[in-house]
Design a protein around this ligand. Structure first.
Ligand code: F6P
Length: 529
């Protein structure tokens, strides 16, 4: 395997950065190139990707295309879509794109389970319809009104983020809730507000062994047994998992088990049965629109030339700031409050995928990999951390996400959001200074951002947005030569936690070797006396 730094395109980008870009002002680039605003913007599906306010000129763009060519991005894309086992450390295909493909699409053909995708989707559709027309009800015959998703990581963040984003599409009388954290407070609070008779729990877990999820699911089951009796469990629990025996052992009725496959990574599972809770609140038609949106982006990604390919360009721009400018983090700032959990969703997608220190061949990487991803919605963020973005010492490249139309409030208020979003990217780029301006008022400017603009936050647009970021992360991984689809880094912590489970309540002695932990455990016990 070649290191990206050995490639001719990388070397040329290094020189280009040092000699032509590093000291060049964005304002100067616009002044020199009158059609820059238009030419450094493209349309992919229903998304307009404006990357003109980035430290990129026509030559950079050509070198990005070269780098894509020399890192063989195109054949990597085909390997993913056709179902090659590109998740090497787990020996798995990576086929979340098959979950949104039509029956005729050539995605993962022949891979075990792919031909069952539409069967599961149809089963979801039938179940959702039954819940909506109250053909499926609670144990006391009351229709369901409250859907509680129990899961964590990809089995939580996707449904939570998307249900908030698509609040406009919630069916009358249906409400979404979620329980994920292990401390139990979410369920404790929900129990006070929910009526068990009208509550349906969806237990989502790819493995169906995850500590947090199984602990919460058991607590929820205890609540149902205590309030409605043992027999009610069958009516009030459904599950999405690849582990059919464990669903059975938990007491999930065979008709209420929704399967998926090992080639669906947790952080890519929203498109699978993990999306069931979402489908229940927004309806299957809207859920199918979400899938269709993602497919639109898949097609763009698979067919557009590198130079015109939104996810490839997003990946190149990130790599540019990360590996050449030395940026450590990237902010994602949506100007629609309904996208408030989108940054958190992207954190798992990007940091679990790209937080890697060795390559596919086991050798250490020699350059930085995944950046820290963070963000917050719109003006809330402005009144919180934009100070650092405008006048801090660090370079933080930004993605602004901007709907032209409101997703459920008055357009006048969305107009204010748009004005603020555009003002921020302009101020970040243009800055503010002058001979008489006191130093603390100077905004140095020249700070880069991209803007992803769309008409409004529909299920299809959300699908396109998510898929664009999924593919961006994939391309970055191809450039670095890492496995973007495993997550071994979460295992050690889980193991240590399980060794401490009986120690914390004092049932067992601490036998570990970490003096700080030993002392902290003593303090915990003292505080609990
Ligand atoms: O610990 C990380 C992780 O494995 C994620 O990748 C995954 O989304 C999450 O745990 C939940 O896993 P599961 O769906 O198997 O409960």
């Amino acid at each position: 395997m070649r290191y990206p730094t050995d490639l001719d395109a990388w070397k040329r980008l290094t020189h280009h950065y040092r000699d032509e870009i590093r000291h060049r002002e964005l304002k100067y680039m616009f002044a020199r190139d009158k059609s820059r605003a238009k030419d450094f913007s493209l349309k992919a599906g229903d998304l307009v990707f404006d990357f003109s306010k980035n430290h990129v000129n026509r030559k950079t763009r050509a070198l990005f295309a070269k780098l894509a060519d020399q890192t063989q991005v195109q054949s990597a894309i085909e390997a993913m879509f056709t179902g090659e086992q590109i998740n090497a450390t787990e020996g798995r295909s990576v086929l979340h794109t098959a979950l949104r493909a039509t029956r005729r699409d050539r995605v993962g053909k022949g891979v075990d389970g792919v031909s069952d995708v539409h069967g599961v989707l149809d089963k979801i559709e039938a179940f959702v319809a039954d819940v909506h027309k109250a053909a499926v009800r609670g144990s006391t015959s009351k229709p369901f009104s409250d859907i509680v998703n129990i899961g964590i990581g990809g089995s939580d963040l996707g449904p939570v983020m998307a249900s908030r984003a698509l609040r406009t599409y919630w069916r009358d009388g249906m409400r979404f809730h979620s329980v994920s954290n292990v401390d139990g407070t979410q369920l404790a609070d929900l129990k006070k507000e929910l009526d068990p008779e009208t509550t349906l729990f969806i237990v989502c877990s790819k493995t169906f062994t995850t500590l947090e999820t199984m602990t919460n699911a058991k607590q929820a089951r205890t609540w149902i047994v205590r309030t409605l009796g043992k027999k009610a469990v069958i009516n009030h629990f459904v599950a999405a998992s690849t582990n059919h025996e464990a669903m059975d052992a938990f007491g999930i009725h065979p008709d209420y088990r929704f399967g998926f496959w090992d080639w669906v990574g947790g952080r890519y599972s929203l498109w699978s049965a993990v999306g069931l809770s979402l489908a229940l609140v927004i309806g299957t038609d809207n859920f199918r629109q979400l899938l269709a949106g993602a497919r639109k982006m898949d097609r763009h990604f698979r067919t557009a030339k590198a130079d015109q390919n939104m996810p490839i360009l997003m990946a190149m721009i990130s790599t540019w700031y990360n590996n050449f400018f030395g940026a450590e983090s990237q902010a994602v700032l949506p100007y629609d409050n309904r996208l408030d959990r989108f940054p958190a969703y992207l954190q798992q997608m990007q940091m679990e995928s790209s937080g890697k220190r060795v390559r596919m061949d086991g050798k250490p990487v020699t350059i930085e990999t995944g950046m820290v991803i963070w963000g917050e919605a719109g003006n809330n963020a402005q009144h919180s951390f934009y100070q650092l973005l405008h006048q801090g010492t660090r370079l933080v490249p930004i993605d602004f996400l901007l709907p032209a139309k409101s997703s459920g409030a008055t357009q006048t208020q969305q107009d204010l959001a748009i004005a603020n979003c555009l003002a921020q990217s302009e101020a970040l780029m243009d800055g503010f200074s002058g001979p008489r301006v006191e130093s603390h008022r100077v905004h140095p400017g020249n700070r880069p951002s991209s803007t992803i603009l769309f008409e409004s936050l529909t299920p299809s647009v959300l699908g396109q947005l998510i898929a664009a970021y999924e593919h961006k992360v994939f391309v970055e991984g191809v450039i670095w030569g890492i496995d973007s689809f495993d997550q071994w880094g979460v295992e050690l912590g889980k193991k240590v936690a399980s060794s401490l489970e009986a120690v914390v309540p004092g049932k067992e002695k601490y036998t570990g070797s970490n003096p700080s932990s030993a002392e902290l455990l003593k303090t915990v016990r003292r505080l609990r006396k």
